[in-house]
Design a protein around this ligand. Structure first.
Ligand SMILES: *[C@@H]1O[C@H](CO)[C@@H](O)[C@H](O)[C@H]1NC(C)=O
Ligand SMILES: *[C@@H]1O[C@H](CO)[C@@H](O)[C@H](O)[C@H]1NC(C)=O
Length: 391
């Protein structure tokens, strides 16, 4: 009986995976270079997911403006975190975008300052006459969150609200207003909020969850009003992304309150970081770039999108040559449970250096990670499993 229900669940999941083909290579424009190169703004691009998206867009032929508080080394916001030599600068991001074949302009912009955000858009319009893509990614609490992890909200005090949501939520609203003013005139455009699973259920911190839930809602509600303007807006939930910060141990637990709900088992992310279960920032970037090229993107406007689901449709692999499975897929769960077995078969470890093009993985690695279907759970089931408060 147990086996029969397991087979039934697998069959249903397989059917769902096969039917949910929203993200198709056939719908992709060949490049973002086109007659005139598409112009993108990525806020918060010195490192991490912002850098990955900048490189992904550059690779696809876009002209990319990346912003951060400062251009060079002095931008390091160590805030108690020991960044290793991996953590970068806007200048390094632009070198990487250039190497990937894109054009990149680094701009020192404090996303916490409304006037500077307005000036950013004015400058891009002055120089390019257009803005096609806005990636709302800047987030000032990247180092604050791990530093204060374990403290409850009443001990953190009121300043937690602005530490997490001034640059990270409010700044996205401000940038979207300016972007929409130009895009609505052009009757074309794409705005992406870089959200997270924190929009669904508690992780890390109270202000964090409020901000991420609001970001999803912002995408949904702005998309309603942008629908008449041919402008797409979505919220993106990357999975476990091995950014410089995560590789430096930002998710390592310790205290009893570790930024997980009471009663949740301790979860060690460390072993996942060397495997395809952890996404690289460039994987997210390549997926965003494909979505920007998708002629049918308006079909999913307002939605929360998981890059790993989109990458499966678009056939995208990262710089390691593998495709990460979505966190809500059976492949993810089964691979996690069978990790020792996969390690023995040399099917687990993939090179873990960021921003380096690795030699192609073995045929069996490619078969397991890139070819076998992911078997995604329907999102309603994922919400149930995560005990979502807004189900
Ligand atoms: C920071 O990390 C580097 C590399 O792991 C190490 O050499 C250095 O001693 C660390 N610095 C501090 C202050 O912990
Ligand atoms: C909508 O925007 C896309 C590009 O984002 C463009 O190809 C298409 O022509 C636009 N459609 C209309 C009706 O303006």
């Amino acid at each position: 009986m147990k086996l029969r229900s397991a087979v039934l669940i697998l069959a249903i999941a397989a059917a769902i995976s096969l039917l949910s083909g929203k993200f198709l290579t056939a719908n992709l424009e060949p490049s973002l270079a086109g007659k005139a190169s598409q112009v993108a703004i990525v806020t918060g691009g010195s490192r991490g997911i912002g850098k990955g998206i900048a490189i992904g867009l550059g690779e696809a032929g876009a002209t990319v403006y990346v912003t951060g508080r400062t251009l060079g080394k002095e931008s390091r916001n160590t805030g108690g975190i020991n960044f290793t030599a991996q953590s970068g600068t806007l200048e390094e991001t632009c070198q990487a975008v250039g190497k990937a074949g894109g054009k990149c302009i680094p701009l020192a912009v404090d996303s916490g300052n409304d006037d500077q955000i307005k000036e950013l858009f004015d400058q891009v319009i002055r120089e390019q006459g257009r803005v096609d893509i806005l990636i709302n990614n800047a987030f000032s609490a990247v180092s604050w969150l791990p530093r204060t992890m374990g403290q409850p909200f009443w001990e953190k005090g009121v300043e937690s609200w602005d530490a997490v949501n001034h640059v990270g939520l409010r700044s996205h609203y401000v940038a979207s207003v300016h972007a929409a003013q130009h895009m609505s005139k052009a009757k074309s455009g794409l705005i992406v909020n870089v959200g997270s699973l924190g929009g669904l259920s508690y992780i890390f911190d109270v202000s964090y969850g409020i901000g991420k839930a609001a970001m999803d809602r912002m995408a949904n509600d702005m998309a309603v009003e942008l629908a008449t303007e041919n402008v797409t807006m979505v919220s993106l939930w990357p999975g476990l992304v091995k950014t410089e910060n995560v590789q430096d141990g930002a998710l390592a637990g310790g205290s009893e309150r570790r930024g997980v709900a009471p009663g949740s088992p301790a979860f060690d992310f460390e072993p996942l970081l060397q495997s395809p279960l952890a996404e690289t920032p460039l994987f997210v970037g390549r997926t965003v770039a494909a979505f920007a090229r998708d002629r049918r993107k308006m079909d999913v406007t307002g939605k929360v999108l998981l890059p790993a689901i989109m990458a499966a449709g678009y056939g995208i692999v990262d710089e390691r040559g593998v495709r990460s499975p979505p966190m809500i897929s059976m492949k993810f769960g089964i691979a996690y449970l069978l990790r020792s077995f996969l390690q023995n078969l040399q099917l687990w470890r993939v090179p873990d250096e960021l921003w380096v093009q690795h030699p192609p993985p073995s045929a069996s690695l490619r078969f397991l990670w890139n070819t076998l279907p992911d078997l995604c759970l329907p999102s309603a089931v994922a919400k149930l499993a995560a005990d979502s408060p807004n189900l």
